[in-house]
Design a binder for this molecule. Structure first.
Ligand code: C2E
Ligand code: MG
Ligand code: MG
Ligand code: MG
Length: 288
């Protein structure tokens, strides 16, 4: 009896495993095809001043326009792209696209908006450093207009090698922002060793900042620490005026979030934030 039952369990287990493995393999193959057939699109989410909503720059966020399944969130395919190494091709494409778009807009309107691009630890190697350099040349883009977002996981595996690579990119003039700050498990002493110039406060803390005293205290501590270490700050995931107002009280200078704007397709960003004279007046200009 027991053996029979065990057999059944085993059967069930493998079927489930097979299904999962199959779904993964399908996704992996579809990802490969997506790269070849240009199914990716970059959306841009504005980053603005807490004080006057002046446009400072944007974060580039990739979307997958799947021919059957519609838009797929990066949350659902970036992890597989990372595991399979396909993130290198996708990441290169996003970086090229984002640099082309923003360097063109900055030149067209005399602005110096900063474009912020997410980079996975799996993308980092000497060739990547070289490609960043080539991209800046290709798009005639000042390095200060590009920012790369990294996460704390980068601090954990192979920190010495990663520090070396980040420093080489930093020497070009490209800055780094620490994404999802506060959710990781890196120590502050590690943070000090990395050439990071900005902290992005994770939206988990912003979410309850007006209702949870602990979250408010954490945000306050992060802001105080950033000021001591002379790091810039962005609050992520601001969804309402109460949260924004609290961030002003705590003197956090910039934010992004649905309250100001969701991530937008390129054309919509252009029309809404650059095309009108009024929107441009409030953007960071070359003179400011
Ligand atoms: P992230 O870098 O932390 O990006 C911020 C995420 O928060 C985005 O999700 C954005 O749409 C979302 N968000 C912004 N404001 C709000 C808000 O007010 N409320 C809420 N609930 N969410 C908000 P998205 O676009 O789905 O991207 C998810 C993650 O996927 C990113 O998190 C990033 O880790 C990764 N990702 C996206 N694009 C790329 C890419 O080109 N390369 C790499 N390596 N990772 C990427
Ligand atoms: Mg990010
Ligand atoms: Mg983030
Ligand atoms: Mg993230």
């Amino acid at each position: 009896k027991a053996k029979e039952k065990g057999g059944n369990c085993y059967q069930f287990f493998t079927t489930d495993m097979n299904r999962q493995a199959h779904a993964r393999l399908t996704l992996e193959n579809e990802l490969r095809k997506a790269i070849k057939t240009h199914q990716f699109e970059v959306f841009y989410q504005p980053q603005v001043s807490t004080w006057d909503n002046r446009l400072l720059g944007a974060e580039a966020l990739v979307r997958w326009n799947h021919p059957q399944r519609g838009i797929i969130s990066p949350v659902d395919f970036i992890p597989i792209a990372e595991e399979t190494g396909l993130i290198k091709d996708i990441g290169d494409w996003v970086l090229d696209e984002a640099c082309r778009t923003f360097s063109q807009w900055n030149q067209e309107f005399g602005l110096k908006l900063q474009i912020s691009v997410n980079v996975s630890v799996r993308q980092l190697d000497d060739l990547f450093v070289f490609r960043v350099q080539e991209l800046l040349k290709k798009h005639n883009m000042p390095a200060s207009q590009l920012e790369l977002e990294i996460t704390e996981s980068l601090l954990m595996d192979n920190p010495q090698e990663n520090i070396r690579l980040l420093e080489n990119i930093n020497k070009l003039g490209v800055e780094f922002a620490m994404d999802d700050f506060g959710t990781g498990y890196s120590s502050l002493s590690y943070l000090k060793q990395f050439p990071v110039s900005k902290l992005k406060i994770d939206r988990a803390f912003i979410n309850d900042i007006t209702t949870d005293k602990d979250d408010e205290a954490i945000v306050q501590a992060i802001i105080a620490m950033a000021k001591t270490l002379k790091l810039k700050l962005v609050a992520e995931g601001v969804e309402n005026h109460e949260q924004l107002s609290r961030l002003r009280d705590l003197e956090c200078d910039s934010y992004q979030g649905y309250y100001f704007s969701k991530p937008l397709p390129q054309q919509v960003f252009y029309e809404r934030h650059l095309l009108t004279a009024e929107s441009r007046r409030s953007a960071t200009t070359l003179q400011s």
